[in-house]
Design a protein around this ligand. Structure first.
Ligand SMILES: Cc1cc2nc3c(=O)[nH]c(=O)nc-3n(C[C@H](O)[C@H](O)[C@H](O)COP(=O)(O)OP(=O)(O)OC[C@H]3O[C@@H](n4cnc5c(N)ncnc54)[C@H](O)[C@@H]3O)c2cc1C
Length: 401
């Protein structure tokens, strides 16, 4: 059994944040890692589900309840929730540092899975949508991508919302929507002004999963899990009242970008780091104990170089991620820097796991170890939420401005 390596944190964190990180580390070591085998062999674990859903699906009631209680009692449940809604109001730096610790395990800790843009909820939306998500009573999905609109959603989006009888009526098809079948509502983008499109012509709607105009097709199988959790979703004369517009009419594309900047770019840093550090710790242990030709692997330079290459990527990504988080805390616009983190987390993350699999030989390919699962997740990070090429496009824009 591997425990989080003491070397997994070099950045000097404020004492209260460090304390929170240490506590997260203990939860990972004592509660999550012992459940990993059971988790990985379950047909019910699938990429793209909120943590709470996954835990309730995979483990018997008592185990799921225990993890949920630990998460709430330690405050980890609320770690990303602002103070006004009962959270600790952690800085982005603190969130990143704690998240890195939690990502060390393949087993996710159930916690409030609130997309940052949901804090745009106003009036009774707060009671109907936001608070139940914070409490873990409701889950969401995010609907931007379409069959012909992936990398260029602003320019190519076809899903339309028009006014009819004092309501919005939505028609169109979304694709790859994670958690669409199980969610309670979708944060859905639709074109409301085809002339303006991403510059004031796309609106974000909160669409109830039970809306008769929303039809979820069977999941699309991928290499990310045995139960497919990404869906094609059809909206057919789907009626949504004015009260269920999130933010302002026409500002939905900007909201979507806010979601992607934090949820799908900056936070990809700690998601990758936890797994990369775990892979390195496992590889060091393995190299020391596996003997070939009369010597442990750790004494072979070829193997040492795999370890060093992993270490270099981890150190570089960690420095970059923590610095960007600190800059976000100081109020800087880090949209481009978040793209940089996403790019590096995906590329370096996948190659780091590739090294780890090589060091482990055949064992690296088994489903007994979490390495191949981590590899698939980190390889996916080069596509989901905006591909590497799109991140490079965003970075180039800043360079050439
Ligand atoms: C597991 C999974 C979960 C997902 N979950 C969601 C979700 O919950 N909600 C949601 O809305 N979407 C979701 N997506 C969709 C995801 O965000 C898109 O797949 C992604 O943005 C890429 O779009 P695409 O697949 O259409 O690729 P395309 O846009 O067709 O691109 C294909 C290739 O061409 C490259 N390319 C495109 N344009 C350019 C260019 N101008 N210059 C250079 N290269 C270019 C791309 O980088 C890519 O390599 C998910 C996808 C997956 C696989």
């Amino acid at each position: 059994m591997h425990a989080p390596h003491p070397d997994s944190q070099h950045f000097k964190l404020p004492p209260d944040v460090q304390e929170f990180c240490d506590m997260a580390k203990r939860v990972v070591r004592d509660e999550l890692l012992p459940l990993e085998q059971q988790f990985m062999s379950s047909p019910n674990q699938a990429y793209g589900q909120p943590e709470i859903m996954m835990i309730r699906r995979v483990f018997p009631g008592a185990v799921a309840e225990r993890l949920e209680k630990i998460s709430r009692d330690t405050g980890l449940w609320y770690m990303m929730v602002p103070e006004e809604y009962g959270g600790p109001g952690l800085s982005m730096l603190a969130q990143v540092a704690v998240m890195e610790q939690l990502m060390y395990s393949a087993v996710p800790l159930p916690m409030a899975s609130v997309g940052n843009i949901l804090y745009e909820c106003k009036g009774d939306q707060i009671e109907r949508f936001l608070k139940p998500v914070i409490a873990g009573a409701k889950t969401t999905a995010f609907g931007q991508t379409e069959p012909n609109a992936g990398s260029d959603p602003g320019g190519m989006m076809q899903t339309r919302a028009v006014r009819r009888n004092a309501k919005w009526v939505i028609n169109g098809t979304k694709m790859w929507m994670s958690n669409a079948d199980d969610c309670d509502f979708v944060m859905l983008q639709a074109v409301t002004d085809p002339e303006k499109r991403q510059r004031g012509g796309i609106t974000m709607f909160l669409v109830d999963r039970k809306n008769p105009g929303m039809k979820v097709r069977a999941g699309i199988p991928t290499w990310l899990g045995t139960t497919p959790k990404q869906h094609i979703v059809d909206f057919e004369d789907c009626e949504v009242p004015d009260e269920d517009v999130l933010g302002e009419v026409g500002k939905g594309f900007t909201l979507g970008q806010q979601w992607l900047t934090i949820h799908d770019r900056l936070l990809r840093g700690p998601y990758a780091l936890g797994k990369m550090q775990r892979a390195l710790d496992m590889s060091v242990d393995w190299a020391k104990q596996r003997v070939t030709f009369g010597k442990p692997l750790s004494e072979r330079q070829a193997i040492q170089w795999h370890l060093v290459d992993m270490y270099v990527d981890i150190q570089a990504l960690r420095s970059m991620t923590y610095e960007m988080a600190a800059r976000a805390d100081s109020g800087e616009d880090v949209r481009t820097e978040a793209a940089l983190i996403k790019l590096c987390a995906g590329e370096w993350g996948a190659r780091c796991l590739d090294h780890a699999i090589q060091v482990h030989g055949a064992m690296g390919e088994t489903l007994e170890l979490p390495l191949s699962m981590f590899y698939r997740y980190l390889r996916h990070a080069q596509i989901g939420g905006g591909t590497n090429e799109i991140q490079k496009m965003l970075i180039a824009r800043k360079l050439l401005k």
